[in-house]
Structures are given as C-alpha cells and as structure tokens.
Design a protein around this ligand. Structure first.
Ligand SMILES: N[C@@H](CCC(=O)N[C@@H](CS)C(=O)NCC(=O)O)C(=O)O
Length: 179
C-alpha cells in the first residue's frame, strides 16, 4: 500500500496525520507498506525498493557506475529543491507575526541553487522512450515549485527544466497522476 498524498477533508492541513501515524510514527508522506508488513519511508528508499522489485531491465535508474552516480546527483538536487520549497511553504502558513523573512530568504537561495544544479544537467526527453526516475523527479519537482513558489521559476531561468516539465505533463503517465 502506498500512502502518498495529503488530502484534507476538514480544511485543516495534514488532517489525516493521526490515522497516518499508524503506519509511520514520523507522520510524513510518502510511505510504502510492504506485504511483509514493513513500512518504508523517504521517497528515495521507496523508489529504490520498487526499482529492485522491477529488476535491472525495467528499473528507472542505472544500476551502477558513473551513470548511476549522475542520476543520484540529479535526484539529490531535485529533492533538495522540493524540501526547500516545502520549508518556505510551511513557514508561510505560520501566523503573520511569526513568519521569518530571513529564514525564507535563506531557503530561497538554497532553492535557487538546487534548481540551478538540476538545470546544469540539461535533461532532455526526446521521442517516446520510457521515462527515467531523474526525469520524473525533476518534472514533478518543477511542477510543484511552479505551484507553491511560482516566482522562483518565472522568467525563463531554467529552460531545460521548463521544457522537460512541459513534455512530461503531456505524457499519459503524468496525466494519469494529477497533483
Ligand atoms: N524527504 C522526504 C520528504 C517527505 C515530506 O516532507 N513529506 C511532506 C509532504 S507534504 C509531509 O508529509 N509533511 C508533513 C509533515 O512533515 O508533518 C521524502 O522525499 O520522502
């Protein structure tokens, strides 16, 4: 069972947190409950398990060497960008008098650095080949940041990421999983 979305039924953010803690005390999405009863948390660990289940010929990340290291570097920067956008988003939910502009500025410069790091890999998605984990993660990251921290990505600063995100959003795999 995969638990991957906070869907607020009460209007309060994270309103299902208590039910969710039955699966993982830390209470963060995503989590994957395996048939063995074990629960995996952290998207990287979950994807690692799914890639292992899929096997080397169907895994979405190279299994060794320079290509794997390159993928891991892209994934680390893309998830760092998400973490920073999330930190800003959470900070903005605090009462106005408690919001720290300094903290937001710090996170924003880390977010810019992470976006630039992913952009530097110039991810290209030509033709109809199978999506790789790097492309899926980078496109999801860009879409998320575009929604929650729009001004971080406006102004054609990240042309490769914009192109990748546009191409991915038109693919049936992405259309099947709206945010
Ligand atoms: N690095 C983690 C990030 C997980 C994360 O921050 N999840 C958010 C999704 S909105 C969450 O569940 N936040 C609720 C909380 O931290 O209480 C991953 O990649 O799995």
């Amino acid at each position: 069972m995969i638990l991957s979305h906070w869907r607020s039924t009460s209007g309060r953010p994270f309103s299902q947190a208590e039910a969710f803690r039955k699966f993982t005390a830390i209470g963060r999405m995503p989590a994957l409950v395996l048939e063995s009863g074990e629960t995996l948390i952290e998207s990287g660990a979950i994807l690692d398990d799914l890639n292992e289940v899929a096997g080397p010929s169907r895994a979405l990340i190279p299994d060794r060497g320079e290509e794997r290291r390159r993928s891991l570097r892209i994934l680390a920067s893309a998830t760092a960008a998400c973490d920073k956008a999330m930190a800003i988003n959470y900070e903005r939910r605090r009462p106005a008098e408690k919001i720290s502009a300094d903290w937001i500025t710090r996170c924003r410069s880390q977010l810019d650095a992470a976006l630039s790091a992913v952009e530097a890999f110039r991810l290209e998605l030509a033709g109809v080949r199978r999506l790789q984990q790097t492309e899926i993660t980078a496109a999801c990251m860009f879409g998320y940041i575009n929604r929650v921290e729009t001004h971080a990505v406006v102004g054609a600063r990240y042309p490769s990421l914009e192109r990748l995100s546009r191409t991915c959003e038109l693919r049936r795999e992405f259309m099947a999983c709206p945010p």
